[in-house]
Design a protein. Structure first.
Length: 379
């Protein structure tokens, strides 16, 4: 076994621009939007690299425009306005440490809310618990937080990840509330990120909704084969390892150039330790990954109906399906009627197991998890 340098194929969070692949066009577009105070809506499939892109953008802003401050928070796990305020306040405190001038002011403001303030034992990051008596108090606190950040006469870029989660809040007026507060801000620029395309489109492109036509859209697609191939080869070569053209091509084809799955496969190949990586080494890593995921995949079987499970297998065996109501697809996989197919596809998209990508040619359906798709092809 070859013991070498730290694995360069990151699968958890953004580390550095040296370990970040391409996205130059999107990066420059978002950078220009930030310095010109243009709010953005960033949409992509889950695990396509949007969070990494935001953190790469923030690093670029720190390097080139240190006068622009950045705040990032993910609301995926939030359930209501209380959670939203907590996450936003904690993110602001993390971005503006207490020892800075802005941090001192922020902490003073936060303390005026009379919160229970503690710090995580492991990360040392601040944790807040704010008690509210009425809904009005919550809305007033949220407005106060936006007003405070805007009043500092500092340009601040705020990225809110998985923004579509606000649609699940019990507070039905959350969109209108946020739109009102954001519209009044003069020194804040917002990046709204989301992975549920239909929901994000309805929030920002539906003329009946508060956020209609308030942002410019940025979409993430697959990284080009040329860029990804060069990136992977460089990281291997810089660590005195080699990878064959055949092995590289297999990686990109098998992972369908979906960012997370490409990184995960490369991470596993690198971790296995071969100095000269061949297609056989890559296939071995593929088997490892499917075996590792098997316990989770079998849990899906328990969560789904027989028809839903069979439908996932059908789409996996096709790799992707454009005409889910076509006779050949329905007959070959014994799905039933077109209406049954539409109903199953809708349910599986809602569960996050199927992607429905809208293209000029129509809607294309595929499994969200590339490794699960390959595992199901064998069933």
């Amino acid at each position: 076994m070859f013991i070498g340098m730290e694995n360069p194929f990151t699968i958890k969070s953004y580390e550095s621009k040296e370990l970040f692949c391409d996205r130059e066009e999107e990066l420059q577009l978002m950078f220009r939007n930030c310095i010109n105070s243009t709010d953005m809506t960033l949409i992509s499939k889950r695990r396509m690299g949007k969070t990494g892109l935001i953190l790469r953008l923030f690093e670029e802003l720190r390097d080139v425009r240190p006068d622009i401050h950045t705040v990032y928070f993910d609301i995926f796990a939030s359930r209501n306005i209380d959670d939203f305020i907590k996450l936003m306040a904690e993110a602001a405190m993390k971005s503006f440490p207490e020892k800075t001038s802005m941090g001192e002011k922020l902490l003073k403001f936060i303390k005026s809310l009379r919160p229970q303030l503690s710090f995580d034992n492991i990360t040392g990051e601040p944790q807040l618990q704010i008690a509210y008596q009425t809904t009005h108090e919550k809305e007033y606190t949220l407005k106060g937080l936006f007003d405070f950040l805007d009043s500092q006469d500092e340009h601040i870029v705020i990225a809110i990840d998985e923004f579509q989660q606000i649609r699940d809040y019990p507070e039905q007026n959350m969109e209108a509330l946020l739109r009102t507060y954001i519209q009044q801000a003069h020194h804040l620029t917002f990046i709204f990120c989301g992975s549920k395309k239909h929901m994000m489109a309805d929030i920002f492109a539906n003329e009946k909704k508060p956020f209609y036509n308030s942002t410019t859209f940025v979409s993430l697609d697959k990284i080009s084969e040329t860029s990804y191939s060069a990136f992977i080869r460089r990281l291997f070569n810089e660590r005195q390892r080699s990878i064959t053209d055949e092995a590289l091509q297999f990686i990109l084809d098998w992972t369908r150039r979906h960012t997370y799955y490409t990184q995960q496969l490369c991470h596993t190949v690198y971790a296995n330790g071969s100095i000269d990586v061949t297609i056989e080494e890559v296939k071995k890593a593929c088997e490892q990954l499917m075996k590792q995921g098997e316990a989770v995949y079998l849990q899906y079987r328990q969560m789904l109906t027989d028809k839903q499970w069979g439908y996932l297998i059908a789409v996996a065996k096709e790799e992707s399906v454009q005409q889910i109501t076509a006779n050949d697809f329905l007959k070959n996989h014994r799905i039933g009627t077109p209406s049954v197919s539409r109903r199953l596809a809708e349910a599986l998209c809602e569960k996050g197991l199927l992607n429905d990508d809208v293209t000029l040619e129509g809607t294309i359906y595929s499994l969200s998890d590339v490794f699960l798709s390959h595992w199901m092809e064998r069933l």
